[in-house]
Design a protein around this ligand. Sequence first.
Ligand code: CTP
Length: 406
Amino acid sequence: MLHDKKILVCVTGGIAVYKAVALVSKLSQAGADVKVIMTESAKEFVTPLTFQAMSRNDVFFDTFDEKDSKVIAHIDLADWANLIIVAPATANVLGKVANGIADNMVTTTLLATTAEVWFAPAMNVDMYKNKAVMRNIDALSNDGYRFIEPSEGFLACGYVGKGRLEEPERIVEIVQEHFMPKHLPLKGKKVVITAGPTRERIDPVRYVSNFSSGKMGYSMAKAAAHLGADTVLVSGPVSLEKPSGIKVIDVESAADMFEAVKNEYDDAAIVIKSAAVADYRPSEIHSQKIKKTDGDDSVLKMSRTTDILQTLGEWKKEQILIGFAAETENVLENGKGKLERKNLDYIIVNDVTDPGGGFGSDTNVVTLLSKDGLQQSYESMPKEELANVLLEVIAREEGFDAGNDR
Ligand code: CTP
């Protein structure tokens, strides 16, 4: 969950530069926006092009190569970052920063930033134990810099000992822990979320479905887990990666989805129905492929599916029920109607024709309505960010945010 986090990786010259490539790749894969600055020595090990490809951003190394005349690059990067990681950090860069020296793009940026800076040192074991290096590490720690200690093992110089750059996977974990909310309003609560379309079979080769991508539902599931919930995601057929740390139940039809949700309902604190459930299914599923016939039009007889949310509304005890309403006209009015009719606590309505959101899009524009009269509209924003905002608001409205600290 590093989405919307801006991480600057400063790469200084040691053999572990190759591991910094993996670090940048993994941070990007985790959703972070990553930029890289290299020292001249780092460029002796790996070219800037490699980091550019991994981060999908320009790589900086020359303080005087100002790519954008409107900004001063090292100040701009220093201000941009939410977190700066110096990896690998050589004895040289530690010495310079400990003494306020700013003689290249990395050190000038480090001096100019107010963001948190972490050093991940990597060097020969005896260099690491050297008194000057230890003194510099102490001074930097006292100045508020954080260290990701090197691990022990075989070093490139042939020695065995402490000096290996911490594994990129572990550094990413430490970064994720750092950005985890300190406050987990949904801790101890079971949250069930449905996502994606349903598929209603016609025959062995055909089905009826809709354009839902599942992105909003998956974002809601990730946000719930991020806020500490025990999260269950009931997913229709989508082409999204399974989120980690979340129980995923794959379903196909509206009937399958109803069955799965029913099984998870009793002990759920919150149920969020983001799925675009088919309202109708073919009345009959043909066991053989339907053959075309000459002449006549074909008519497919459809029957109503169960309205899952409405049924949950009828069965509701302590559960908080949250629905979605995808509308193309009279958006708020239709949304309010569904809120009441389905006995919901909240409904998230959106106009699927709005260019800032809708099916398949990475962004959404919604209004949150509650049975108690809350009406809050949100500008277009990435679905993952919106999901966090919506759940934070709902947790606060429900008084879930008291005393659930990490
Ligand atoms: N929903 C459901 N089961 C259905 C149909 C819809 O649980 N068979 C849920 C959706 O997951 C969503 C909410 O009901 O949270 C509203 O869905 P939507 O398709 O917007 O509305 P419908 O109730 O189907 O009404 P209409 O199609 O008439 O707009």
